[in-house]
Write a new protein. Structure first.
Length: 134
């Protein structure tokens, strides 16, 4: 059983109920579940053409969407981080002492072999157990 479980999620896809069911089944009594979304910051070359209010507004909308995605799960804490998803998840897990990460994986295609995927990066670099859902 795990005391601190991170469930990686994408705002485009939300958080799957099966991921939460697995997290709850693996959670020790008194343990916590963290729904984590990472967003990649706007590149500086693009940011020069964007109004700061637009960037801040997009961040606030994403944060509100994250809270909305987990509002039906009072035992889940939403966390939004800046950075590449795979790196952000593993860094957060290490910094906060997570002992389990749950991530989803889509069916692999050629791009996964060439570029890698969030799940593959998490599996390679996580400081704890990783459960990959298909």
């Amino acid at each position: 059983m795990y005391r601190k479980i991170i469930v990686g999620l994408s705002l485009e896809h939300g958080i799957s109920e099966s991921a939460l069911e697995i997290a709850r089944a693996l959670r020790a009594e008194g343990g916590e579940i963290i729904a984590l979304h990472a967003y990649e910051p706007v590149q500086s070359s693009v940011r020069a053409y964007l109004d700061e209010e637009v960037v801040e507004g997009a961040y606030k909308r994403a944060q509100a969407l994250l809270v909305e995605r987990v509002k039906g799960a009072p035992d889940v804490t939403p966390v939004m981080l800046r950075g590449h998803s795979g790196r952000a998840i593993t860094d957060y897990a290490e910094k906060h002492g997570a002992d389990c990460i749950i991530v989803g994986s889509h069916k692999p295609g050629l791009s996964d072999f060439l570029l890698g995927s969030t799940a593959a990066r998490v599996v390679r670099h996580a400081p704890c157990a990783v459960h990959v859902l298909r």
